[in-house]
Design a protein around this ligand. Structure first.
Ligand code: ADP
Ligand code: MG
Length: 208
């Protein structure tokens, strides 16, 4: 992964998240405390400031720096979770290997596993993992099937959309929404929505 791609991803994600302020805020107001947009936009603003310093770093150094930045800026439940994701990815990139689709798919899965460990959470709990786990599985499948990067990106956009919609009918068993019981049903999880937007944005960069 080129530094240039990481920087372009930060810029594109920053713009998309800013454009979804009202939606992300209202989702978290419905089943959380309303700060999810503020939390992630704070992290992304800091990443925008860091862009130049990422230029000369290796991929794993860059991902670790992103993790540390998110850990210290996002706060809430989601800060340590996003940080764990990038730490897991960074660790995976430290294993020497050819830059193949499998390397990326494995790194993404390693990130998701680290996040799930940190959150003590899994699929079906109405969290960001309801987007991330299916995307990780689809990514590995695409790599195994030898799909091109564009085919993979298209497939992952669809999987992320399905994942975020699936959170609507779920009961929440983790995070703030867990206290709401049945009242959380009918609402999309804010963290799942932000992850879907981030995945879609990066996939669209690949499709350009
Ligand atoms: P907080 O809940 O502290 O206000 P945010 O609003 O920034 O933090 O993030 C809330 C999101 O974090 C939720 O929508 C959910 O997707 C995710 N989340 C919370 N707890 C967990 C967990 N244990 N595992 C996975 N994701 C979680
Ligand atoms: Mg919140």
């Amino acid at each position: 992964m080129q530094a240039q791609f990481i920087i372009a991803s930060i810029e594109a994600v920053y713009e998309v998240i800013l454009n979804h302020e009202a939606e992300l805020e209202s989702l978290d107001r419905a089943i959380g405390d309303g700060d999810h947009y503020i939390n992630i936009s704070r992290g992304l603003t800091k990443l925008m400031d860091l862009r130049e310093s990422l230029q000369d770093l290796s991929v794993d150094e860059s991902l670790n720096k992103i993790a540390m930045t998110l850990l210290s800026t996002i706060g809430g439940a989601s800060g340590p979770l996003f940080a764990s994701f990038f730490m897991g990815m960074a660790q995976s990139f430290q294993q020497p290997s050819d830059m193949t689709a499998k390397l990326y798919a494995n790194a993404f899965s390693a990130g998701v596993e680290k996040l799930a460990q940190r959150g003590k959470s899994s699929l079906g709990e109405k969290t960001m993992l309801d987007v991330l786990i299916p995307v990780a599985d689809e990514f590995k499948l695409a790599a195994d099937k030898g799909l091109t990067s564009k085919e993979t990106a298209s497939a992952l956009i669809v999987t992320a959309e399905k994942g975020v919609l699936a959170t609507k009918e779920l009961l929440a068993t983790k995070g703030r929404a867990a206290g709401l019981g049945e009242r959380a049903i009918g609402h999309i999880d804010p963290g799942a929505k932000s992850c879907q937007l981030i995945i879609e944005t990066i996939c669209k960069l690949i499709l350009r």
